[in-house]
Structures are given as structure tokens and as C-alpha cells.
Design a protein around this ligand. Structure first.
Ligand code: PHE
Length: 447
């Protein structure tokens, strides 16, 4: 069977930006920044995006384009008879872990959208938004209906192949999401008490840099937000043809993703402080602060409605790229149809998601890692460990297994004199060394 291809470079760009921009920029970014002290975290995160993220993004997409295969198959094809392909399994595994909690959180977003649509969240419920969220997520099966709905939508898109639907939707909803976020940021900054939030986000507290956890958290966030290290970008790259130039495309994706993260920080933190919410309240953070802002705005109910709609689309354009990773892999190795594979993979992820959802209710005492509930534990293993390991393998692969000329050709860097040397030094030495140091530091072995 002929492998599928993007219709155009724009189609690829939109799909890759859609993959990068999602719940990671709004939901995950704000609670991870909140847990890690704000300003110092933001700086580290930005540094990692520039130094490691964008060069690795270029590397990952180029592996896929060169090999025209999935995350395991690409290594097999480019390095036959070597164990490199084993690193692809980090990606397949993290796809299962990530989509199972991603779908739960996206399900919450659909529920919020529904509550706005029916007018229920136009004004604060008697118990407050925080308690309303707590009651909803603690219910045994109610949130799962919304998770299932989100999963069905995701499967539906992957099932239909390389996607006109999602490319089209992204073209409309990404700009819409950006506009809404900018309006909200202005509003949030104008709230009484907002200055504290801006200080929290932009005035680094250098003492937080002493904690090794902040480095791994910032690294994990950079990987998660750029969809790096899992093979999502690799798989998307595998549907590209050689005429498309990669360096400018990857830079565009990195810029867009960072823009969405910073702007959502500007929405969330001023409001967090204005409403006296604890910035380290974890995954529920945006589901409590945002309705609070909407409620105070004239016409806020409508803004809430449109906001959650755009958030669902942003989540959907990311979740399809996650589901595509194991789908492309199992289609090839088991020779299954796209339809069967996407349904099977999506169903397994949904079942895993049940444990995540119950972790907010009857299983709230279940803490697989330290004091982390099921969601936080899965997220920790996938984002902070598996994604960086996957990225490390890709950097080493292109940096050391490829000849320099081959690496430059694969990434379209041959004609960019200074940049190409910089990029090559980064993926051959700097990025791998940094990732390894951060791991060793976190394990308490160095510093
Ligand atoms: N980047 C996506 C987001 O920010 C999530 C994602 C992670 C997608 C890993 C693909 C791979 O929401």
C-alpha cells in the first residue's frame, strides 16, 4: 500500500503546529510553572526550548522524512541490524501514557464547554468553581463519558487518514484561540491584585534554581509542549516530501508554541493572585481560575463558551498526533488496517484513562510515585523521563550515527553556514550532555 502524504507544506505546518499547541500550553504549562515557583521556571523553560527544543525538533522531523516510516521503523530502516530501533519504543510507550491522561483533561474541557453552552457556568455555582470542579471530577463515571467522547473524536480523525478536517479546523481555530487569549490576558492583567501574578511570572526567584526538580520539570515541559521525543513529529515528518524545507518550518512551530505558553501565563497568573488561589494547586488550576475571570467580564459567558471550544480543538489537534504514533507503528508491523488499528489503540488508551479519572475520586489515595496521584505519576514518567530519553536517542542518532554531511542534508541545513555548525554542535554534544546532566542531577548523583 502507498504511504500517505500531506497535501501541501502548509498542511504539514498546520498539523505540526496543531500537535505542538494544545493543553500543554495552557493547562500543563500553568500548573507546572505554578508548582515550580514561576519566574525562574519560565526562564529555564524558554532556555530549553531555544537550546534543545527547536534543534531537536528539526532533528526529529528530518529522521521521519528521510526514513518515511514510523518511530520504530525509521530507526530500523536507517540503521539496519543495529539496536537503535529500541529507542522508538520510548515513544510508543509514552504515547499510551500521555493520551490516557490527555483525554481525561480534554474531557473536562468538553464538560466545561457544555456547562457554558447550557448557561450553567455563566455565574459562579453556590459552592464556587473550585468545589464544583472537585465534585465533577470525583464522580465515578460522569467525567468518563466526556473522556469517551473526546476519544471517539480523536479516533474519528485518525481513522479518516491524513486529514483535511483537522487542517481546515486548525486554520480557523488557532487564530481564534490566539485572539481570545490576548483579550483575556489584557483583562486578567487589569484585575485588582494582578501585579503579584506578573511578579510571580516575570521576577525569577533565583533560590528556586537550587532545587534539582525545577530542571527536570522545565525540560519535561519543553518536550511535552513541543511534542518532542515521542515520534509524533517524526511520524508527521514521514508524510512530507523532500521539496519542503525544514529549518524555517521548525522555527515557526517553536515560536508559535512559545507564544501560546507565555500568553496563557499572562492570562492565568494575574488571575490566580487576584482571586487568591494557590498557584501550586496542580492540574485543576486553569479549570478554577478561568471561569472566575470569565464571570467578572462583561459577556464573559460567551467568552467562556468560545474559549473552551477553541481549547477542545487545540487538544484534538494534539491528541490525533499522539494516537498516530502507535497507529502508524502497529499498522506496519501487524499489517492491520488504519481503521482497526486506530480504534484498538484508542480503546486501550481510554481504558488506561479510566484509572486516571478515578484518581480524582475513589482512587484519590492511590499514589504510584511519591505523593503523586495517577495522572501526575503517568505524566511524570512520560514527560519528564520517556520524552527526554526519546529525544536523547534521536540527537545521538543523527549526531553520531549519521555522517555530518548526511545529517546536514537530512535537515536541509547544507546552505546555512553558521547555523548548520551551531545546530550540529548542539545535537551532537550540547543537548545530549544537558539532558544527561539534568537526569544525573535529579538522581542526586552530581552537584
Ligand atoms: N504538545 C502537545 C500539547 O502541548 C501534547 C503532545 C505531547 C503532543 C507529546 C504530542 C506529543 O498539548
Amino acid at each position: 500500500m502507498e504511504r500517505e502524504k500531506w497535501g501541501s507544506k502548509l498542511g504539514f505546518m498546520l498539523a505540526a503546529m496543531g500537535s505542538a499547541v494544545g493543553l500543554g500550553n495552557i493547562w500543563r504549562f500553568s500548573f507546572v510553572a505554578g508548582n515550580n515557583g514561576g519566574g525562574a521556571f519560565l526562564l529555564l523553560y524558554l532556555a530549553f526550548v531555544v537550546v534543545i527544543g527547536v534543534p531537536l525538533l528539526l532533528t526529529e522531523v528530518s529522521i521521519g522524512r528521510k526514513a518515511e516510516s514510523d518511530v520504530v521503523g525509521s530507526f530500523k530502516k536507517l540503521a539496519p541490524g543495529t539496536p537503535w530501533f529500541l529507542s522508538g519504543f520510548f515513544g510508543v510507550l509514552s504515547a499510551f501514557l500521555i493520551l490516557s491522561f490527555y483525554a481525561v483533561v480534554a474531557g473536562w474541557s468538553i464538560y466545561y464547554f457544555w456547562e457554558y453552552l447550557t448557561g450553567k457556568f455563566f455565574s459562579e455555582p453556590a459552592e464556587g468553581y473550585g468545589a464544583a470542579f472537585g465534585q465533577f471530577t470525583a464522580h465515578a463515571w460522569h467525567p468518563l463519558l466526556w473522556t469517551a467522547l473526546f476519544m471517539i473524536l480523536t479516533i474519528g480523525i485518525v481513522f479518516s487518514g491524513v486529514k483535511n478536517g483537522i487542517e481546515f479546523a486548525n486554520k480557523i481555530f488557532m487564530p481564534l484561540l490566539a485572539i481570545i487569549l490576548i483579550i483575556l490576558a489584557f483583562y486578567s492583567i487589569s484585575l485588582d491584585g494582578a501585579a503579584e501574578g506578573l511578579k510571580f511570572l516575570f521576577q525569577p526567584n533565583w533560590a528556586s534554581l537550587k532545587d534539582p526538580s525545577i530542571y527536570i520539570a522545565a525540560l519535561g515541559q519543553a518536550f511535552f509542549s513541543l511534542s518532542l521525543g515521542m515520534g509524533a513529529m517524526l511520524t508527521y515528518g514521514s508524510y512530507l516530501t523532500k521539496e519542503n524545507k525544514l529549518p524555517s518550518a521548525t522555527l515557526g512551530i517553536g515560536l508559535m508554541d512559545t507564544f501560546f505558553a507565555v500568553i496563557s501565563g499572562l492570562v492565568i497568573f494575574p488571575a490566580v493572585f487576584a482571586f487568591d488561589i494557590d498557584p501550586s494547586s496542580g492540574p485543576p488550576l486553569v479549570f478554577i481560575t478561568l471561569p472566575g475571570i470569565f464571570e467578572q467580564m462583561p459577556g464573559g459567558g460567551i467568552i467562556g463558551l468560545v474559549f473552551f471550544f477553541a481549547l477542545i480543538l487545540a487538544a484534538l489537534s494534539s491528541s490525533v498526533s499522539i494516537l498516530e504514533v502507535p497507529t502508524a507503528y502497529f499498522m506496519r508491523v501487524c499489517n492491520w488496517s488504519r481503521r482497526f488499528t486506530s480504534i484498538l489503540m484508542g480503546s486501550i488508551m481510554f481504558i488506561l484513562g479510566i484509572t486516571v479519572s478515578l484518581g480524582f475520586g475513589i482512587w484519590s489515595g492511590v499514589t504510584p510515585i511519591g505523593d503523586k496521584n495517577v495522572l501526575d505519576s503517568m505524566d511524570y514518567v512520560a514527560s519528564n523521563i520517556l520524552l527526554p530519553l526519546g529525544g536523547l536517542a534521536m540527537a545521538l542518532f543523527v549526531g553520531w550515527y549519521f555522517k555530518k554531511s548526511e545529517a546536514l542534508e537530512a535537515t536541509d541545513m547544507t546552505n546555512l553556514p553558521v547555523l548548520r555548525t551551531l545546530w550540529h554542535v548542539v545535537i551532537k554534544f550540547l543537548a545530549p550532555i544537558l539532558i544527561i546532566l539534568i537526569f544525573l542531577n535529579k538522581l542526586g548523583i552530581i552537584f
